[in-house]
Design a protein around this ligand. Structure first.
Ligand code: DAH
Length: 349
């Protein structure tokens, strides 16, 4: 028996060295461990051995069987790994590529249009004080937007009496104040960023959204500069065919003030009759509101120590979320903030 076991061992070791492929090792398994193998034969021969030797040889054979089996398994798994690693035809895993969020890319696109006109991009502060967010912008003390229902106040120690409480800015207009306080005219600035309002979240409201503020201060600036600038922007951003409509409005920080509508691109002249009553974007009105604007109120210039007799300015502010919703026909603002990859990747470039 001892000799038989040694022979099996020797021949197995020789065979093992010859092994090149997965299939070869599968065959070795059959040859040494299969039902017709030498080891099986020896096992079935055990009952014919003298009683006192059966236990010993049974054990020896089991050890041999286990050694052979683990040697084969080891080589097999090595081969499997190697062969799989070398399969050059196997398609590579594509890494998931990140992309710029649609609100960021549209913000960038809008800023670029104004940069071409000579505007500088300057970001303001998200944490503001009452003076910059309201008072300097000519917003009276009893104005509803100052209410805690409309502005997030922060529980921080006041800087001084004039500044009032700290808050999360409710619009980007305080950027005008910060910049006019620091830089002398002439000025042409575009200032994008997040703004905050404690609105109940629904399809058209979010407690945080994006605005872009723009303003120009210089000598002999009048309303036609404002119209020309906004028309240039609208034609670059929407389409060369669009018209603008200025509707008189009121903002405390501009005088005169206007709200501006852009003609609906979907209801373009050609399709006007056909589409107007079922246009999903403008609901048949033919116009879409895109921003508020006006000539900077002299009190606002004076609050920043700019001589309002010598300098005039215009300003405008737009909601990025709303413009993107109009442009891409998105009907729920929450989609921008839920980070659903399937929604966001539609806009990846
Ligand atoms: N700050 C205004 C808002 O949040 C938007 C705005 C209107 C900004 C008119 C302006 C402007 O600069 O002139 O609703």
């Amino acid at each position: 028996m001892a000799q038989e076991i040694r022979k099996i061992k020797e021949s197995f070791e020789k065979d093992l060295e010859k092994g090149k492929s997965k299939d070869f090792f599968q065959e070795l398994k059959v040859k040494y461990l299969g039902r017709k193998s030498k080891i099986s034969e020896l096992f079935s021969n055990i009952p014919n051995l003298p009683k006192q030797e059966r236990g010993r040889w049974g054990k020896e054979l089991n050890i041999l069987k286990n050694q052979i089996s683990s040697a084969i398994e080891e080589r097999l798994s090595e081969k499997i790994q190697k062969e799989e690693r070398l399969d050059l035809t196997y398609p590579a895993k594509r890494p998931q590529k990140g992309s710029i969020h649609i609100l960021s890319s549209v913000t960038k696109e809008i800023c670029l249009i104004f940069k071409e006109l000579g505007f500088n991009v300057i970001e303001g502060n998200e944490v503001e004080d009452e003076w910059h967010n309201f008072s300097a912008l000519n917003i009276p003390l009893d104005h509803p937007s100052r209410d805690a229902f409309d502005t997030f106040y922060l529980d921080l120690a006041k800087k001084d009496k004039k500044s009032g409480n700290w808050l999360l800015r409710s619009h980007t207009s305080p950027s005008q104040i910060r910049i006019m306080q620091q830089v002398d005219p002439p000025l042409a600035v575009i200032s994008p960023g997040r703004v905050y309002r404690p609105d109940v979240v629904d399809a058209t409201h979010s407690f945080m959204f994006y605005q872009i503020e723009g303003f120009v201060v210089g000598q002999d600036i009048n309303f036609s500069y404002l119209k020309g600038t906004l028309l240039y922007f609208a034609r670059q951003f929407f389409s060369q065919e669009v018209q603008l409509r200025f509707r008189p409005h009121f903002f405390p920080f501009t005088e005169p003030s206007a709200e501006v509508d852009v003609s609906c691109v979907i209801c373009s002249k050609k399709n006007k009759q056909k589409n107007q009553d079922r246009c999903p974007v403008c609901k048949g009105k033919g116009w879409l509101e895109i921003l508020g604007c006006g000539m900077i109120h002299p009190d606002v210039l004076e609050a920043c120590n700019i001589d309002s007799k010598k300098y005039q300015g215009f300003a405008f502010g737009m909601g990025v979320d709303r413009i993107v919703m109009q442009k891409y026909q998105i009907n729920d603002i929450r989609l921008f903030y839920e980070n659903d990859i399937n929604f966001l990747k539609q806009f990846s470039i």
